[in-house]
Design a protein around this ligand. Structure first.
Ligand SMILES: [Zn+2]
Ligand SMILES: [Zn+2]
Length: 136
């Protein structure tokens, strides 16, 4: 069973064959797929799965907190199954490749108290941009 599917099950999510396929195609490391890409992969396994089902299922996974919505280029939202492992993103300005990366320190601790404006800060998203080896 995929890691994501296991986590969703642990939250009492009712697994149907359609939901299972969506969870399975979204599983893995460095996975950041648009809803259309998830649909295209899901159709290969379950030809009758509709785009609406894929969109709704992704929305439920996001509400459960098991999938992150990532928008690194201001274009289509991407879905990231690694919500349980805090990470940042390294994005290629050439081809759009996205890698999951981990900072050496806690990104939250890098925001000084006087820059917090009284906020209780609970999360930080950092996007590093550059060119990947193939585009450099
Ligand atoms: Zn590239
Ligand atoms: Zn990611």
């Amino acid at each position: 069973m995929s890691d994501l599917l296991e986590r969703l099950r642990g939250r009492g999510w009712r697994v149907t064959s359609q939901r299972r396929v969506v969870a399975e195609v979204l599983d893995g490391d460095h996975v950041h797929l648009t809803a259309d890409e998830v649909h295209a992969r899901a159709v290969r396994r379950l030809p009758e799965i509709s785009r609406a089902t894929v969109y709704n299922t992704l929305g439920e996974m996001v509400s459960l907190g098991e999938v992150l919505e990532v928008s690194t280029d201001g274009r289509a939202k991407r879905y990231d199954p690694n919500a349980h492992r805090p990470h940042q993103h390294l994005v290629c300005s050439g081809c759009g490749t996205i890698r999951d990366v981990h900072t050496t320190g806690d990104p939250l601790s890098q925001l000084p108290a006087e820059e917090r404006f009284g906020f209780t800060v609970s999360a930080a998203e950092i996007t590093y941009r550059g060119l990947c080896p193939s585009c450099a």
